[in-house]
Write a protein of this length. Sequence first.
Length: 55
Amino acid sequence: MKKLSLPFAIVILGFCLLFSAIIVSNAIREGLTDNQGWELLNERLIELIDVLDNQ
């Protein structure tokens, strides 16, 4: 193995983690700013609670 392969792998892994963090943070930001998404989630949770209460 070359001596450069481990640092190169660490750099690539760091870029992958950074890219994943950016994707997750954008998804969270979009979810927090989209009120329609929250309303739909609340409606589904209320329906689920109603179904569980009827059983």
